[in-house]
Design a protein around this ligand. Structure first.
Ligand code: HEM
Length: 173
């Protein structure tokens, strides 16, 4: 091999050495970091915006009469409402209690005031004439009114008031 060939071979081996010097473990790590950063900031598709929670249906405060309250007894998946002393509570969350087949289904869609006060499921606790006067709760003892107050407090904590109960003819007042 003459001098020129020797020199070319020498240069080639020098080039090899310098290119393998570029591939040090440190450079490899830096390169992968760079590649990852480029991917993360430039190439990766943006995550979808967080979906908003489904909107609760708005509560419209309504006026009910005993008759218009009646359908809200939870049958066929309808909401369950009951009234206590003129206030209508949406007790749908307690469907197991008040819905069809529940232990307190007699109160669903009704003015439950007297029944709750007396701790009774008797039919005569409920307003018979749906187009007549509301139960004035006349004749209840202090202890019964106290018990009723207790139920009201429980309902206030647990359920939403969705309306008021009035007698037929009193709707506009
Ligand atoms: C043998 C008698 C009774 C038993 C063993 C009984 C049992 C229960 C139980 C275990 C609960 C569930 C409590 C909870 O998890 O919050 C409950 C709730 C209730 N009970 Fe009774 N109960 C009885 C009598 C009555 C009577 C006589 C009335 C009224 C007439 C009544 C009205 C209610 C009401 C309104 C609720 C609340 C439901 C709600 O949170 O919406 N219970 N009862």
């Amino acid at each position: 091999m003459d001098y020129v060939q020797q020199r070319v071979a020498q240069m080639a081996s020098q080039t090899d050495t310098s290119s393998s010097a570029l591939l040090t473990p440190l450079n490899a790590i830096l390169l992968s970091l760079l590649a990852y950063t480029a991917y993360a900031f430039l190439l990766r598709p943006a995550p979808p915006p967080p979906s908003l929670p489904a909107e609760e249906p708005a509560v419209v405060f309504r006026t009910f009469t005993p008759r218009t309250l009646l359908p809200y007894n939870g049958a066929d998946g309808s909401p369950v409402y009951l009234a206590v002393r003129g206030r209508v509570f949406d007790v749908s969350r307690g469907r197991n209690f008040y819905g069809p087949g529940g232990p307190y289904e007699n109160f669903a869609g009704r003015d439950a005031s007297r029944g709750l006060a007396c701790g009774s499921f008797d039919e005569e606790m409920l307003t018979k004439d749906l187009d007549g006067a509301l139960d004035s709760l006349e004749g209840l003892e202090a202890s019964e009114l106290e018990a009723l107050r207790g139920w009201e407090e429980r309902f206030e904590e647990k359920y939403l008031v969705v309306g008021r109960l009035v007698a037929v003819g009193e709707e506009e007042k």
